[in-house]
Design a protein around this ligand. Structure first.
Ligand code: DAH
Length: 344
């Protein structure tokens, strides 16, 4: 036992650690709960009574030596123990993180808003849950119009036995709210989500997005409508894009038209996007029907206006050649990541 203690004493005296880690190894080896000192005290229990006196002293001195050495060195490595050296290699390149990307429908909506803002239009919004008045009646829909049917519209509540509250089927309802709550002139675009009771397929969805436009003032004419939309298309699809207006019918406009643009994919040469006609329809429009103005408390003998409505999905289809409407709402990152470079 004496021999072992002499050997350990020499080891302790010579111990000169280079790091706090080495000191910790030292502590475990000598002072730990399964360490050498503990072990020597265990052995000490078995020595004869006459040896106990001498060894007891030697052992205690040895223990004090180890503890003193430890405390002394602990002081030396104090800062290293309290602030362990970080394992991070600052010379390595960073991990980087993935930025998100705007949804293609947001990109298109923002672009439409930007173009009309430059023409002096403001942006307005309305509720997605609408009553019959704002979605249909004020907009001059006759009582028996098919859009009022459950087949086409998600009605959610009856009033006095009649279907009344519904998910709006178009953003034209926002026109009504705007005109009811203000005074002409109005010059606004109204983007938003709309709902229709359709089976989901590549070509139809139960919800989609529209941008409505409204311009009401004294002396607004069909020529203003054509010029505004012509300018819009030049900005959206580039100079030289052709437009044509075809007569159409909407209850809330008179006269009404649909506007086609020369096919943005084949530039009019004919492709399967335009069904080889060279033209694609992008919106409905017309002069606000005087009945609608009157329904909203606006003097139709003094004011006239034009309105238009377009589907954002349709514009995005033509811009990015996306043929399946479902892609817009599935949120598959392999689809969404393709719009990474277009953050605006
Ligand atoms: N509300 C029509 C729809 O959902 C689109 C529309 C057509 C809006 C003509 C208008 C308009 O403002 O003048 O199909």
């Amino acid at each position: 036992m004496q021999q072992a203690i002499d050997q350990y004493t020499a080891e302790i005296n010579a111990f000169s650690p280079a790091s706090a880690d080495e000191l910790e190894t030292f502590r475990i080896k000598f002072l730990g709960t399964k360490g050498i000192i503990k072990d020597l005290f265990e052995q000490f229990k078995t020595v004869g009574p006459e040896e106990k006196r001498t060894f007891g002293k030697v052992l205690n001195q040895f223990k004090q030596l180890a503890e003193a050495k430890y405390l002394e060195l602990q002081e030396k490595f104090k800062s290293e123990i309290e602030n362990p050296k970080s394992e991070i290699d600052l010379t390595l390149p960073g991990d980087g993180f993935q930025t998100g990307s705007r949804h293609p429908l947001s990109l298109v909506r923002n672009e439409i808003i930007d173009i009309f803002k430059r023409l002096g239009f403001v942006v307005a919004e309305g509720p997605e849950i609408e009553d019959d008045w704002h979605n249909f009646s004020a907009l001059n829909f006759p009582e028996e119009h098919p859009a009022r049917d459950m087949q086409d519209t998600f009605f959610i509540k009856k009033n006095n036995g009649k279907d009344d509250i519904a998910l709006r089927t178009h953003t034209s309802s926002v026109q009504v709210r705007m005109m009811e709550n203000g005074k002409p002139p109005f010059r606004a675009i109204m983007p938003g989500r709309v709902y229709r009771n359709e089976a989901i397929s590549a070509r139809a969805h139960c919800f989609f997005h529209q941008v409505e436009g409204l311009y009401v003032d004294e002396n607004v004419s069909f020529a203003d409508l054509k010029q505004t939309l012509y300018h819009f298309v030049q900005e959206l699809y580039g100079e030289g894009t052709k437009v044509r207006f075809r007569p159409s019918y909407f209850p809330f406009t008179e006269p009404s038209a649909e506007m086609d643009v020369s096919c943005t994919i084949c530039k009019g040469a004919g492709c399967n996007m335009c069904k080889y006609s060279g033209w694609v329809e992008i919106l409905g429009c017309g002069m606000v029907d005087p009945n609608v103005l009157e329904n909203c408390g606006i003097d139709s003998t003094k004011y006239t206006g034009f309105a238009f409505g377009m589907g954002i999905e349709r514009i995005a289809n033509l811009k990015y050649v996306i043929r399946d409407l479902r892609l817009f709402s599935e949120n598959d990152v392999r689809f969404l990541n393709q719009f990474q470079s277009e953050i605006i």
